[in-house]
Design a protein around this ligand. Structure first.
Ligand SMILES: O=C(O)c1ccccc1NCC(=O)[C@H](O)[C@H](O)COP(=O)(O)O
Length: 278
């Protein structure tokens, strides 16, 4: 690991140490999230004939800086729900993405869709914290774990009734996964050395997962063409942030994208039939 993830993880560890001093592991037991029954994130991604959409609440990013200056996380999440998203990803990292755990909590009080805590999780403390603030699922990035840490985080997710979206950046990450413990796999299409995205590279890795794994393509997706390609290649879900966050009405943008995807998928099917029948 020698890229932006190094810097993010270093800062995450510092902030985590500060939070631990304020709120102990046991303190979380009295948080509101523990009263809520988890909603199946995995089920929501699969319950779709076409590619399901995980729409992301994302104010800023290391690659683009501030993406949405006029940022109202609850309003955005409500629009996502109305627009037809299957699940919502909420960035909770503050230093690099301008996210907040409070956004997760506020959204969980208003929206019925399953919520993914999108952060840089390196310790079981953050899993319990995710549940405490209303998450139904949490991201685990393989590249920021070492040795048994990945499996330890997977066990913690299970303990706190969270689905785990396990994210790879490359083949090396993929090779480290024990699929007996993992049932939702994401591949991030973004190359962290130059921030370029390549959806085809991601598909190639996702397709190696065992049958029954829920497959998620992440980053750089913005068109019906992208999503129809994913559907054609057997990918279940698309995680989309920046594209929606740049639209005046992110809810309408989801509706339009779903419609474009259906049209493009039909076009691809017809093209295939024409080739088959000469
Ligand atoms: O978004 C970034 O610049 C970034 C940089 C370094 C590590 C992670 C990063 N993004 C996190 C994500 O995975 C994306 O927010 C998510 O996949 C949505 O991507 P997009 O649709 O391109 O906003």
């Amino acid at each position: 690991m020698s890229n932006i993830l190094d810097q993010i993880v270093e800062k995450t560890a510092e902030d985590l140490a500060k939070r631990r001093r304020k709120v102990s592991f046991n303190d979380f037991n009295s948080f509101q999230g523990f009263e809520k029954e988890s909603i199946s994130f995995k089920g929501a991604l699969r319950d779709n004939e076409s590619v399901s959409i995980i729409s992301e609440v994302k104010k800023a990013s290391p690659s683009k800086g501030i993406i949405r200056p006029d940022f109202d996380p609850v309003d955005i999440a409500l629009r996502y729900e109305e627009g037809g998203a299957s699940a919502i990803s909420v960035l909770t990292d503050q230093p690099f993405f301008k996210g907040d755990l409070k956004y997760l909590e506020a959204i969980s009080n208003r929206v019925k869709l399953p919520l993914l805590r999108k952060d840089f999780i390196i310790d079981p403390y953050q899993m319990k914290e995710a549940k405490a603030y209303g998450a139904d699922a949490a991201l685990i990035i393989v590249a920021i774990t070492e040795g048994s840490q990945l499996n330890e985080l997977l066990h913690a997710a299970r303990e706190f009734e969270l689905d785990a979206l396990v994210e790879c950046y490359d083949q090396e990450d993929f090779n480290r996964i024990n699929f007996e413990l993992v049932d939702i796999l994401g591949v991030n299409n973004r190359d962290l050395k130059n921030f370029e995205v390549d959806v085809h590279r991601g598909i190639g890795i996702l397709q190696q997962a065992p049958e029954g794994t829920v497959l998620v393509s992440e980053s750089g997706l913005s068109s019906g063409k992208d999503l129809a390609l994913l559907q054609k290649e057997g990918i279940h879900s698309a995680l989309i942030g920046e594209y929606f966050m740049r639209q005046d009405d992110p809810g309408q943008a989801i509706k339009d994208l779903i419609e474009q995807t259906e049209e493009e998928f039909e076009r691809l099917q017809k093209e295939k039939e024409d080739v088959e029948h000469g």
